[in-house]
Design a protein around this ligand. Structure first.
Ligand code: ZN
Length: 430
């Protein structure tokens, strides 16, 4: 499979030598105590045990007593959405919506997420604005819109025929084979890095449930065949009920998003096909304020939270490949590292949760030659914390505990002033 286009962000051009921290490099290998990491022109040029001789000309940063981890990758966000804010959003100008999405992207970066995948709602101007340094945010891959049939998860038309405005850059409804081909070609033309299909209904849509089948298996297969003619854009399936999950896997998707009601047969299929699970526990386990969302949404949420708790735990125990994603937009933006904490609650070890949010997510996005681990040659995306997440991963959930965020060698957050000796800031566009 070909690799994906890297949505680069402007790198730091300097030369840093980080010393003394415990290194958890994202590969799943044992941590390295008192490690040394050398960063030059935005990339890692050395990472491992401390060396005898110092790198000449580098600015030294002493990180003794701290822990350094790769920047996290959130494989499922919606920067353009805040579910409890949707009624107010209907009255906003497009410009306000844009600024709000930019703020959500920045909050996500400050939480320790240096790369993200937006699975619906944004056009490619957001991705390109971040890459060009016009606004700060994670390097972003985009699905542009999630696809479903009429009456499915992305058809926000009420039973009375009135459409709830959802601001999608491309019409997301696909019913026929011709719709499928035309829409995929349109998405590719419009810059989609990933294709998202909804093979089941969902919790937030008015006319269906997670047990309903959405995009059928034969259309998933057709989409995979269409993208194979282009850059091989991976297909991500919103899939919550057991039957639609299996349809997605059999159709050839790269990831099942949510997977709340996966049955044992679905787990076996996932293992057999090497499909990733992105369990979006930050959203699944969070029941929203009943006053702020429609009644159908609240009722479905309570039911499917309980199902997810049981069945996602079964999938994790069976050893399916997991990549972390929050579905933020359905849950608050900027609290993304709750996700590894939730995955530990449901059975992963802290090390497995870190790997799921770094190396595995980079593989899912096909960005693993540049991102996901802190190894020689990779982009210098990392976070620094002052606790041991293998002992207790819980503090990661609070963005305040992520003291330093470095993206492409540029320090984008340093609330504890640990990098005062190395003032490498991102070069925002002038
Ligand atoms: Zn989503």
């Amino acid at each position: 499979m070909s690799t994906a286009q890297l949505p680069s962000t402007i790198p730091g051009a300097d030369h840093l030598l980080l010393r003394g921290a415990t290194l958890i490099d994202g590969t799943g290998e044992a941590p390295v105590a008192a490690a040394e990491i050398e960063v030059r022109d935005g990339r890692v040029v050395y990472s491992g045990p401390a060396r005898e001789t110092a790198a000449a000309g580098a600015t030294l940063v002493d990180l003794s007593g701290k822990t350094i981890l790769p920047g996290f990758i959130d494989a499922h966000v919606h920067f353009g959405m805040s579910i409890e804010d949707q009624p107010a959003d209907a009255g906003r100008f497009e410009s306000e919506r844009t600024f709000r999405a930019a703020l959500n992207a920045r909050k996500t970066l400050m939480a320790g997420v240096t790369t993200a995948r937006d699975l619906g709602g944004l056009d490619r101007g957001y991705r390109d604005a971040i890459a060009a340094g016009l606004i700060q945010g994670p390097r972003t891959h985009l699905a542009l819109v999630p696809l479903s049939p009429t009456g499915g998860h992305t058809d926000f038309t009420m039973p009375n025929g009135r459409a709830v405005p959802m601001h999608m850059p491309v019409d997301p409804i696909i019913d026929t084979d011709d719709d499928v081909r035309r829409t995929i070609r349109l998405l590719v033309r419009s810059g989609a890095d990933v294709i998202k299909v909804c093979t089941t209904g969902g919790v937030s849509s008015p006319s269906d449930t997670p047990d309903d089948i959405g995009v059928p298996e034969e259309h998933v297969r057709l989409i995979v065949a269409e993208t194979a003619k282009r850059a091989g854009q991976p297909v991500a399936a919103h899939a919550q009920g057991a039957e639609g999950i299996k349809a997605a896997i059999r159709g050839g998707v790269r990831s099942v998003e949510h997977g709340y009601g996966i049955d044992d047969e679905g787990i076996d299929l996932m293992l057999e096909h090497g499909t990733f699970l992105v369990p979006t526990l930050s959203s699944a386990l969070r029941v929203p304020d009943p006053a702020a969302v429609p009644g159908y949404l609240y009722e479905k949420k309570v039911k499917w939270s309980a199902i997810a708790r049981e069945r996602v735990a079964a999938a994790l125990a069976a050893g399916v490949k997991v990549a972390l994603g929050t579905d933020s937009g359905v849950c608050p933006h900027g609290e993304n590292l709750r996700e590894p904490v939730h995955s530990v609650e449901l059975g992963l070890t802290p090390m497995q949760a870190i790997v799921a949010g770094t190396k595995n997510a980079a593989e899912l996005l096909r960005l693993d030659s540049d991102l996901g681990t802190l190894e020689e040659g990779k982009l210098a995306d990392f976070i620094v914390i002052d606790f041991d997440p293998l002992e207790d991963i819980t503090p990661l959930a609070s963005p305040d505990n992520v003291k330093v965020v470095v993206q492409g060698g540029a320090v984008v957050k340093d609330t504890a002033a640990w990098f005062d000796s190395a003032p490498v800031r991102p070069r925002l566009a002038q």
